[in-house]
Write a protein that binds this ligand. Structure first.
Ligand SMILES: Nc1ncnc2c1ncn2[C@@H]1O[C@H](COP(=O)(O)OP(=O)(O)OP(=O)(O)O)[C@@H](O)[C@H]1O
Ligand SMILES: [Mg+2]
Length: 254
């Protein structure tokens, strides 16, 4: 991988909450228009790592971190967190559309929350394009002004993906995006992730080895806050270098 294709570079990231050392000397580069899976047993720091990328950890009391995170060579820690969250979208484990908003308003929520005014034409265009990109448009186009709460879990998750895409982020963080979904909805989200990578760089936490192998180009394996192994998914899965990775992949733990 040439240096040019790195979109996000994490260097010597250490993160502590009170005296608990949660991320230890993490060095990892994420490549443009690729899907990177973050794997590892519960509590190893996967969510904390991706929340560092969009500065959501800033809100945790007692948190200290050192090291650097750069997005296209800009130091993420020196940017305004609001700007960071426009460049780095996030979708959580449980679909969380805003229950009081319509589908249309949900897609535009990032603009409302940032106080950004849009013309009616821009709103229509952004809503249509984002729902199309999230493979949801055809299913909801006749109900776009209804609340999103009648949607299935999988549709709600695609609505959350549309809401993130509406801001045109450079990176999309997905934290176990299908763990609350049935197999059919999971398959449609996996297909969507594969389609979306031409538009946005994706970092996805998953516990599902099959999912990582179907969807991701690269996999990072974390254990007890350390990055044990990182490389092309097929190499890491077929020929892991570290015993811990192999044990995890063969489900000896985690
Ligand atoms: N807000 C917080 N306050 C204190 N400790 C925290 C906080 N958030 C996370 N931690 C601790 O940081 C460690 C890593 O947690 P994290 O949520 O990143 O793990 P994870 O790999 O995402 O786990 P899981 O697979 O269960 O989601 C854990 O020991 C957790 O208890
Ligand atoms: Mg987690």
């Amino acid at each position: 991988m040439s240096k040019n294709s790195v979109v996000l570079e994490v260097e010597k990231l250490n993160l502590y909450i009170n005296d608990h050392h949660i991320l230890k000397d993490i060095d990892i580069a994420f490549y443009k228009n690729k899907v990177t899976a973050i794997m590892g047993p519960s509590g190893c720091g996967k969510t904390t790592l991706i929340r560092s990328v969009n500065r959501l950890n800033d809100l945790i009391p007692g948190l200290k971190s050192t090291g650097s995170l750069s997005l296209n060579q800009q130091n993420l820690l020196e940017l305004n967190p609001i700007q960071v969250r426009r460049e780095v979208g996030m979708v959580f484990q449980r679909p969380n559309p805003f229950p009081t908003m319509s589908i249309y308003e949900n897609v535009l929520a990032g603009y409302y929350l940032n106080g950004i005014k849009l013309s009616k034409d821009d709103k229509e265009r952004i809503v249509t394009e984002s729902l199309q990109q999230a493979a949801l448009f055809d299913e909801v186009k006749d109900n776009i002004h209804r609340k999103g709460t009648f949607l299935s879990g999988g549709q709600q998750q695609r609505l959350c993906i549309a809401r993130a895409l509406a801001m045109n982020p450079k990176i999309l963080l997905l934290d176990e995006p299908t763990s609350a979904l049935d197999p059919k909805s999971t398959a449609s989200i996996e297909q969507l992730i594969i389609e979306l990578k031409s538009k946005v760089t994706i970092i996805m936490v998953t516990h599902n080895i099959g999912q990582a192998s179907r969807v991701s180009d690269f996999t990072a394996f974390l254990y007890l806050g350390e990055l044990v192994e990182y490389g092309p998914t097929q190499t890491l899965f077929t020929n892991p270098k570290h015993t811990k990775t192999e044990e995890y992949l063969t489900r000896k733990f985690g």
